[in-house]
Design a protein around this ligand. Structure first.
Ligand SMILES: Cc1cc2nc3c(=O)[nH]c(=O)nc-3n(C[C@H](O)[C@H](O)[C@H](O)COP(=O)(O)O)c2cc1C
Length: 362
């Protein structure tokens, strides 16, 4: 089996590629051959709609660019994997350019397929009987992909191809911190790997693999949006400082050390089943390099993260930012650091003891 991946992201090392790599690892583990074409690196002119490839030079386009070579590869492969990020609820322009230029692969005649009108395939050796769609997007809801999936369903119907799998990854930018996503991150990547194995072994991707890869990172959409906005704020601040020549660290380095990401990120991981009907506020009185005042408001199984100072918090934690960050990285044991008075707390200390069980891995 020969698999051709048409990679339509202009960012060759981001999340479309991350999930495609996992999928192709699965493909390779079952001994199938694959090739990736990075469409953004190819010269592909847009279809002019002149129909030369149908009437004047049947099967041959007027353009002289990289597309004839891509069409040859498409003709000799068994599965086309279209891997595109979601751009404006559809495919990227690079993907669309390539798709439109597949016109030479069909003849102009109208035929009936599955009760609808379509064109016949031009080349008898045209092999690809199957297509797989892989897509990633920024928003957390999977229904953002609706129009894209429908587009590929119709393409498959027209080409009499089987849409053998649809692998969608919403909230993909979170994969910048794949190690922080813990088990969830591993499961998603494992899902792509499994899908790659299945396409080779069973010629079809199972519903289970499709469901595994698109699982939402968190049911807490409010928290997800708040975290995303925190990230946007820090990104903007970093860009501004860099412009002024005041920042030498990369954005990644800054994010890994930012107290707001640490505390805000932890807030999103509140386990509603552990919180039950807990109603409490926790003040973080942070000193040291990243001094500041932040607080949590826990109610209805949700934890809001805010900047500021409360009058009467249920619990107050006084800590240097360095200590807090070291605990979060696992370099310092929280209970031991408390005994050693590296940070202190006042108010409801039983809540302090519950923190570890209330919040999940980031
Ligand atoms: C021009 C443009 C349009 C986008 N449109 C959407 C969109 O409609 N829905 C969405 O959830 N994300 C959208 N995004 C976010 C991307 O899908 C997301 O950043 C994805 O990770 C990009 O893929 P990549 O990581 O392979 O570059 C858009 C991004 C860009 C640059």
């Amino acid at each position: 089996m020969k698999i051709l991946a048409l990679q339509g992201s202009p960012r060759p090392k981001k999340y479309t590629q991350m999930v495609l790599d996992k999928f192709l690892e699965g493909v390779a583990s079952k001994g199938a051959e694959f090739e990736i074409i990075f469409l953004a690196q190819k010269k592909i002119k847009p279809c002019t709609g002149c129909y030369h490839c149908w009437f004047n030079t049947p099967g041959v386009c007027i353009h002289k660019d990289d597309m004839p070579e891509i069409l040859e590869k498409m003709k000799s492969s068994d599965v086309w994997v279209w891997a595109t990020p979601l751009y404006h609820f559809g495919m990227t322009a690079y993907t669309k350019l390539c798709l439109e230029r597949t016109m030479p692969l069909v003849e102009p005649f109208f035929i009936e397929t599955e009760g609808v009108t379509t064109h016949p395939a031009r080349f008898p050796e045209q092999r690809a009987k199957k297509m797989v769609l892989i897509s990633v997007c920024g928003f957390p809801e999977v229904d953002n992909f609706t129009a894209l999936v429908e587009n590929f369903r119709l393409l498959c119907r027209a080409g009499r191809r089987d849409l053998a799998g649809v692998l969608l990854r919403p909230g993909a930018e979170s994969m910048a911190f794949i190690e922080k996503l813990g088990k969830k991150g591993e499961e998603v990547l494992q899902g792509f790997f499994r899908a790659g194995q299945e396409i080779v072994e069973k010629r079809k991707i199972s519903k289970e693999a499709e469901e595994l890869v698109c699982k939402e990172w968190t049911k807490n959409r409010v928290g997800f949006r708040e975290m995303a906005n925190l990230f946007m704020t820090i990104h903007l601040e970093h860009a501004e400082r860099t412009r002024r020549g005041e920042e030498k660290r990369t954005l990644e380095e800054v994010l890994r050390e930012d107290m707001r990401i640490l505390l805000g990120g932890m807030a999103v991981t509140l386990k509603p089943e552990m919180a039950g009907d807990l109603k409490a506020t926790i003040q973080f009185d942070v000193s040291g390099r990243q001094a500041g005042q932040w607080y949590y408001e826990i109610a209805d199984g949700y934890c809001a993260f805010r900047e500021g100072q409360l009058d009467l918090p249920t619990l107050t934690i006084h800590t240097p930012s360095e200590v807090c960050l070291a605990i979060s990285r696992g370099e310092l044991d929280g209970a031991k650091a408390f005994m050693e008075k590296r940070y202190s707390a006042e108010g409801d200390l039983s809540l302090l003891m519950r923190l570890k069980s209330l919040f999940g891995p980031m």
